[in-house]
Unconditional design. Structure first.
Length: 455
């Protein structure tokens, strides 16, 4: 090849590459930082809470589900809060979200341990690629029977009536195209591919001893709140529930302290407290603490009505707290769920009743995604041993009124109640301590009163 020609080609190539480089901007570190910052800001708040839950599990060295190391069952659940802080019923919605999150965890626990599943898959395929696939067959009339004649007469009468009605509708100014849509259509399937997978699960079992160990409440910039809860059931928690149910002293003991020292004294801190706590009291025996919260809207209320609304909200909070304790002691849950998923792909050809109309081909692709679930939890318990630790009320950061009631159940309280019922003086037993127990008492965050190893 001529050297001049080769040199010209090389020069042109270099100029082209230089021009391309000038037009295309390379990604520098500034762009990378922008992308990373965008990724950080676009993560959903529920994903952020889920990440923290996984970090908590890694820190405490347990796995969700049946933990092979400890023989305990761990599970977590998330629930978005339905209302935003701008709504006057936000406090109520937040409390309900926690209850739903814990209830969902109870359902999944019962299903995992006591459940039974039925699975079914079905598919069908139809394809018509015949030469006359897109042609509609004319109906043949059989004149041999009276029934056929009567049918033909009725068809003609109806057709005549229909034509008259169409004519009258046109006289009244109805668009003929609109009338045409009312005429019957013929439909023919050319292709259909169907796949459906179905599962049905049923479970009935005890949630006694199923206890929350930590909760999370997060919000994003839009004001969307999400509640997360980690729950556990172990042989010890089940035994404690059984002992309380049978009103007998428990052999599960640990190093405890007065409940007044465990419960936060700051009212504002109580805003972060939801649900049940299983702890050890000053007698070193297991005890239950339940935090109930509810709210009320004070706008438009005079002083009397405001006090009454506050009292009503505390009454509701008390009922919620008592129900948490009862469910822990002997709750039974029944749940049924059915789910379907799959797809249906269908190609059809349609023709209006008027033979002059043009055939219309349609292809429809449907994704099937259906869930139907129903659950019910029931529990009952004698109220002997219950008492109120504290009643409180305050306003949150958004100015909503919040009312709370802290309830407890202790073996000591149960003994006092029995002495009153039997009209006998109460004799306090000396507290005992289990020297071999490795139980520790910590209050790391709002919803964690024990380590996962305490029970």
């Amino acid at each position: 090849m001529n050297k001049k020609i080769l040199l010209s080609i090389l020069t042109f190539s270099m100029l082209s590459l230089t021009s391309y480089a000038n037009e295309v901007k390379l990604i520098d570190q500034k762009d990378i930082n922008t992308i990373n910052n965008y990724a950080k800001t676009t993560i959903d708040i529920d994903d952020e809470i889920e990440n923290q839950i996984q970090q908590y599990a890694s820190k405490n060295q347990f796995e969700f589900g049946l933990d092979s190391k400890s023989g305990k069952y761990f599970i977590y659940s998330l629930q978005p809060v339905a209302l935003k802080p701008t709504d006057p019923d936000f406090v109520k919605s937040l409390s309900v979200a926690y209850e739903k999150a814990f209830f969902n965890a109870q359902q999944r626990f019962v299903m995992d341990i006591f459940g039974r599943m039925i699975s079914q898959k079905e598919s069908s395929l139809y394809a018509n690629n015949s030469t006359n696939a897109k042609q509609f067959e004319n109906k043949k009339i059989n004149n041999d029977t009276i029934l056929d004649k009567l049918t033909r007469v009725v068809d003609k009468s109806l057709t005549l009536t229909e034509k008259k009605l169409d004519s009258e509708l046109e006289n009244y100014g109805v668009d003929p195209k609109q009338i045409e849509k009312l005429t019957p259509t013929q439909k023919k399937t050319l292709f259909k591919n169907k796949f459906i997978a179905k599962t049905m699960k049923k479970a009935y079992g005890s949630v006694a001893g199923f206890v929350p160990i930590k909760s999370f409440v997060g919000k994003d910039k839009t004001g969307q709140y999400v509640v997360g809860v980690i729950a556990m059931r172990s042989p010890k928690t089940s035994q404690v529930a059984k002992d309380i149910s049978m009103q007998r002293k428990s052999m599960i003991k640990g190093k405890g302290k007065p409940l007044e020292e465990i419960i936060p004294s700051d009212t504002k801190q109580l805003l972060n407290e939801f649900g049940l706590r299983l702890v050890f009291d000053d007698t070193n025996q297991p005890a239950l603490i339940a935090y109930g919260q509810w709210g009320f809207n004070s706008k438009g209320l005079d002083s009397y009505m405001k006090m009454q609304a506050k009292e009503n909200s505390k009454s509701m909070a008390k009922e919620m707290a008592d129900a948490m304790i009862s469910d822990f002691v002997n709750g039974n849950l029944q749940t049924v769920s059915s789910k379907q998923h799959g797809e249906i792909i269908e190609k059809t050809i349609e023709k209006q009743g008027d033979p002059q109309n043009i055939n219309i081909e349609k292809t429809i692709k449907n994704i099937i995604d259906k869930i139907n679930q129903q659950s019910k939890l029931r529990s009952s318990m004698d109220l002997a041993g219950f008492s109120t630790v504290r009643r409180w009320s305050t306003t949150n950061e958004y100015g909503h009124y919040v009312s709370g009631v802290i309830r407890k159940w202790t073996f000591k309280g149960n003994d006092i109640a029995k002495s009153i019922i039997n009209d006998k003086p109460y004799t306090q037993e000396e507290s005992t301590s289990n020297s071999t127990s490795s139980t520790t008492r910590t209050v790391e965050q709002s919803a964690e009163y024990n380590t996962v190893n305490d029970f």
